[in-house]
Write a protein that binds this ligand. Structure first.
Ligand code: 5RP
Length: 219
């Protein structure tokens, strides 16, 4: 079974967490694209969605789902999104698609974060397989890069990428994150950092893993 099939299995299993008459938080990425396609079946039953990227917004509208601004809602029941890495505790690295800041904002509004992944995303220590994305105000790029080196990482500028917020991304390689909560705060305290892709403060409450045997739910 290929990776896309496994993503579809996880995405479909997330539908049961979406209640009729609610507004659902929706992340971004290829797994979320599968979720949005499945969510199309509930188009007339939910009030709408808040999206974490312009691309997800477009896909939701194509499915006939109303899209609300994050400023229009005081809270969301659930937020559904993928991850680049996830630990057994639900700590994640996100931002492979450069949408980390909006993902952090929309997921912060939600009571529950449901993370949909295939098994390749499961790790014991964050930073094992994926570089940590950091969204940075353009003029602070070199300064922030030096601070990330001082923390032990090897930052690389993601050439040609501008986020939905008009900023740039530094990907931090060779960076094992042993204390996710502490490191999330430390990096966010560097002047010029908008946010980083460690999701520890807002961890996943439920992880749904797509496997050839079906969806495995970890609560
Ligand atoms: C985008 C993200 C995505 O959730 C993450 O990159 C996973 O993507 P995919 O579902 O395509 O594997 O954080 O910023």
């Amino acid at each position: 079974m290929d990776q896309l099939e496994l993503k579809k299995i996880a995405a479909r299993a997330a539908l049961k967490y979406v209640k009729p008459d609610t507004i659902v938080g929706v992340g971004s990425g290829s797994t979320v694209n599968c979720f949005i396609e499945a969510l199309g079946e509930m188009a007339g039953k939910i009030k709408g969605a808040v999206a974490a990227s312009k691309h997800s917004e477009e896909l939701l509208r194509q499915q006939g789902i109303d899209v609300f601004s994050a400023n229009d809602v005081s809270s969301l029941d659930v937020y559904i999104d993928g991850a680049d890495e996830i630990t057994p505790q639900g700590y994640m690295i996100k931002g492979g698609g450069a949408a980390l800041t909006r993902e952090k904002i929309v997921s912060s509004l939600a009571k529950k974060f449901i993370c949909i992944v295939d098994a390749s995303k499961q790790v014991n220590v964050l930073g094992s397989t994926f570089a940590l994305p950091v969204e940075v105000i353009p003029m602070a790029r070199s300064y922030v890069a030096r601070q990330l080196v001082a923390l032990g990482g090897s930052p690389e500028y993601r050439e040609g990428v501008v986020t939905d917020n008009g900023n740039v991304i530094l990907d931090v390689y060779n960076f094992k994150i042993l204390e996710p909560l502490k490191m999330e705060q430390t990096i966010n305290n560097i002047a010029g950092v908008v946010t980083n892709g460690i999701f520890a403060q807002r961890y996943a409450n439920v992880t749904i893993v797509g496997t050839p045997e079906g969806a495995k739910v970890i609560e």
